[in-house]
Structure formats: C-alpha cells, structure tokens
Design a protein around this ligand. Structure first.
Ligand code: HEM
Length: 498
C-alpha cells in the first residue's frame, strides 16, 4: 500500500515537473516579458493592477513592438505597434480564437468566439446577409432614428433631469438592433429587452468574465460561485433561452409564408437550403445551424449594445470635461438642424457637421473601449518578426493587439491623453485610429457602429443642454472590463426647446 502511495506521489511530482518545464520552455521561445511571468499557477495575473489597459501600455513602453505576458498557464503575445498588428491580422494564420479558454468555451458557437473554417463560414454569411439587408446603410437610418427619437422622448418626459447613464444607452441601441435583425420593436422600458441586455452584460462584458477567470479554469471549477463562473454560465443560459424564443417564432412564420423579412429569416432560409442539399459538414446544418443562429444573435447583441453604450458615455464625459468643445459642437448642430420640426441629425448632415464627426473619432481614439481587442490565436505555427528578433509561435498561441497603446502612442499622437477633436479636421488622420481592430476579423459592424454613434450623439446634443453636478469636474471613473465603460456617470439633461 505504502509503495503504491509513494509511486503515485512520485508520478504526480514527475508530471508536475514535466508540465512546468514544458510551459516555461515555451516562454523562452516567445518575445521577452516581465519577470512576474515566472510566478507558478498565476503567472503575471497578480501584477496587473486595477487598470489592465494601462499596465499593457507600461509594459509596451519597456519592451517595444511585442512582448509576452503569462496569465495562468497561458502565454499571450501582445502586439504593440500599429503596423505590426495590421500586418499580422491580415493573415489567416493569426485569425483563430483561443476558444479553449473557459469564458470563450461557454459560448464558442456562433461567430465571435468561433475559430477555423466554421468561423470563416459564419462570418462570410453574416457579413453578406447584413449587407444585403442594408446594414449600416441608408435603409437602416429610419429604424435607428426611431430609437433616437424614443430616447429623446424618454429624457424629455422623465420625472427627473438627472440621469445615471452607465447602461441607459445600451437599451436603446439593443432595441435598434432588435428591429434591424428580428423586426421586433421594444420600448426602452420593456422588461424583456432589459433582461436580454442585463444578461449580455453579466455573461460577456463585466469582470470576472473578462478578467482572471479566463485563465484560471481550475479556480473557476472549484469555486464556481465565488469566482463568478456560475453567474456567467447562468447568464449565457438565460440569454440563450430568451433569444431562442424569437428564433422559434421566426421559424414558424417563415415555414408558413416563405418570406424573408429580416436577418433571422435569412439565416433560417440558409439552414433549410443546407438541409435540403444534405451538406452535413456545414455549420448551418440541422440543430447545429439553429444553435449557431442563436449564438450569432447573442454575439451581435452583446458586441453591439455595450460598445455603443460605452462610446456614448465616454463622448458625453469628454464633452462635459471640455465645455468649450461642447458649446462649439452644439452650435454647429444647431446651425444645421435648428429649423427642423423634429430636431434630429441625419446622415445627409454628415458633411455639414465636421466637428461632430471629429468628436466621434476622438472619442473612439481616446477611450479605446475595446482596449485589447478580442483575443486572437494562431491556427498554425508562424514566424513573428519584431524589433527585438524573430520568434516561432506554435499553433494555438494567444495573440493580443494592444489597441489602447496604438491609439495613445505619443510618437503617433500629439498630446495623446487630451481630448482634442480638432486634430481630425481637414485631414485623413482618423484612418490611423484602430478602434475596431483590423484585418480578417475586424469588427463586423464598423460602418453601422459609426452610423449609430453619429445619429445618437447628434440627436442628444441637438435636444439637450448637458451639465454635471454643481462642482463636478470629473464625470465618472473608467471601469475596466472587456469593454471599458464610465462608472458613475451622472448628468443633468435639460430639454432645450420648451
Ligand atoms: C463603438 C463601437 C464598437 C467598437 C469600438 C467595436 C470594436 C470591436 C473590436 C475591437 C472587435 C475585435 C476584432 C478582432 O478580433 O480583431 C470587434 C469584433 C466584433 N464586433 Fe464590434 N465594435 C463596436 C460595435 C459593434 C456593433 C454595433 C456590433 C454589432 C451589431 C459589433 C459586432 C462585432 C462582432 C460580431 C465581432 C466579432 C467579429 C469576429 O469575431 O469575426 N460591434 N468589435
């Protein structure tokens, strides 16, 4: 018995040493990184501090084009230079997702966390269908403006002029998405819509999902409640069931009429045609197809709502902190929409509103809300050449773009930490901002996001005087997460046209 026990302990010890050597020999092959990487079990996680986006920048300044950081057992190669990110991400080999990580595993169907040929197939279909349906173009403008109008009414008729904005815009934006994707109309106070949005935030955006949990699967499994893992699983389950209801209703209707009226119908049509042709390998086939449809919708709602919510919050925060620019941009808008019955900005106004457009570009740059993009991973071994040398990355190496740094690099941006929209007027510099990432997995909705941002922000500024509390000079703190947000943003919105 004792001998059995001894040999078991011995075997464990050997396995541990082999894993240790294996893990750490991998680190040696990668670009250099901080000493904290060598800490067993946690790697560099305990040294990240409260603002990971700033920590990546600090490390970036020290290590140059690329560095390696190790979280749990996973080394991550961080790309720190805009030309290098552009060069890598245009290659297929860099466009996988590390969906073996816990948080991605929970929802790896669909699009955002899918990898390999399945991701390519889904992405191609989603892009084409959204384009065919006019996503991001004029035909969508009316649907978005309806939501802007509803938001203006909500603020105007509210009992109070003081609003806690942290999540409020997200509901409007998610409702615009519902009407575009699924011909569903919800009001900003609809409990169903609120539930979907809440689950999206809990399941995908807020820490711990976007933090340590990704890299410490054992901790998550051993302490599911304390680590937040069970609430993530619950939120995703709830979201699945909420979205599945809509898919079921569409399925019944489409089978009755055969009419394609929105994105969900187009997807169901694709599933049925793949079924008829017997393409069993396709990611659209049968139940797998329906499962992917539910997750693609979840991906679009989660990726679409919180990003725009947060962008609008940052824009208002920056404008309140820089009142001279707020006054100037509102004057520009008033000159254009002042005589209209319904004072909303529309896409035809874009050329007449250069400062509003620049406020948007500057907000995207300065906030860099998706500060580290979404993690990529290599699908095959590949050679990475940086300013410190040439490194062979194995297949499945995690790669992270340091977008926050690229948008704040003083070599590229004068006074990078100041809000200065005028830097974009009369030049092409906005193309240097990398807010939506770049290459083969660039944000699927960049055009639509820019359109929504323009219409929503323009609509708010056209209708309300905006003020913080009496002696407020700081309008909320930056809250870390997969998407940075403004925590504690409280503003007074006074209707201008009574
Ligand atoms: C200001 C708003 C937005 C910003 C800054 C933003 C930024 C990003 C970034 C940085 C990525 C990662 C790309 C990569 O992996 O390299 C991404 C991916 C994605 N975004 Fe956006 N996004 C915004 C709005 C939206 C909206 C409105 C939608 C949908 C309606 C959307 C849908 C997606 C999807 C589905 C992906 C995953 C694409 C893939 O995995 O291939 N985003 N976005």
């Amino acid at each position: 018995m004792f001998l059995y026990l001894l040999s078991a302990v011995f075997a464990f010890a050997i396995a541990g040493i082999i894993t240790f050597i294996n893990n750490y020999s991998k680190l040696y092959k990668l670009p250099p990184g901080p000493v904290g990487n060598w800490l067993p079990i946690f790697g560099y996680l305990p040294f990240m501090g409260k603002s990971p986006h700033l920590k990546y920048c600090e490390l970036g300044k020290k290590y140059g084009d690329a560095f390696t950081i190790k979280f749990g057992a996973y080394p991550i190669v961080v790309l720190n230079k805009s030309s290098l990110i552009r060069e890598c991400f245009k290659q297929d080999v860099y466009c996988g997702r590390p969906n073996y990580l816990l948080a991605m595993k929970v929802s790896k169907d669909g699009l955002t966390f899918a990898t390999g040929p399945e991701a390519t197939e889904q992405r191609r279909f989603v892009l084409k269908t959204l384009r065919d349906l006019g996503f991001g173009r004029r035909s969508m403008e009316k649907l978005i403006l309806d939501e802007v109008q509803e938001l203006v009414h909500y603020f105007k008729n509210s009992n109070t002029q003081t609003h806690h904005l942290e999540y409020l815009f997200g509901l409007s934006v998610i409702n615009a998405l519902w009407s575009i994707l699924a011909t569903r109309k919800f009001s900003i106070t609809d409990p169903y819509a609120i539930q979907v949005y809440k689950c999206a935030i809990e399941g995908f955006i807020d820490p711990p999902v976007s933090g340590a949990l990704w890299f410490l699967p054992i901790v998550a499994k051993l302490f599911p409640k304390a680590s937040g893992y069970s609430s993530v699983v619950e939120a995703v389950k709830k979201l699945r069931s909420l979205v599945s209801e809509v898919v079921e209703e569409h399925k019944i209707e489409y089978r009755k009429t055969g009419i394609v009226k929105d994105f969900v119908d187009a997807y169901i049509q694709k599933i049925e045609s793949v079924q008829e042709e017997g393409l069993t390998n396709s990611s659209f086939y049968g139940e797998r197809g329906y499962n992917n449809l539910v997750h693609v919708l979840i991906d679009l709602f989660t990726a679409g709502s919180d990003t725009l919510n947060s962008s609008l919050n940052f824009a208002l925060k920056y404008l309140c902190e820089n009142r001279n620019i707020l006054v100037e941009v509102q004057k520009e808008i008033d000159n254009v929409v002042g005589n209209r019955e319904v004072r909303l900005v529309n896409l035809d106004d874009k050329d007449s509103l250069p400062l509003l457009d620049s406020v948007i570009q500057e907000t995207l740059r300065l906030s860099s809300i998706v500060s580290s993009g979404i993690l990529h991973s290599t699908t095959h071994p590949v050679n990475l050449v940086t300013d410190t040398g040439s490194y062979m990355l194995d297949a499945n190496t995690i790669v992270m773009p340091n977008l926050y740094w690229v948008n704040h690099n003083p070599e590229q941006w004068e006074n990078p930490d100041s809000f200065f929209p005028h830097r974009f007027i009369g030049n092409d510099k906005k193309h240097d901002v990398i807010a939506f990432s770049t290459g083969k997995r660039v944000c699927i909705a960049e055009v639509m996001a820019q359109t929504e941002f323009f219409l929503f922000l323009g609509g708010i500024l056209a209708n309300f005087n905006i003020q913080g509390g009496k002696e407020q000079t700081q309008f909320g703190d930056i809250k870390p997460g997969l998407v940075l947000n403004v925590h504690g943003l409280i503003l007074t919105l006074t209707y201008k046209h009574n």
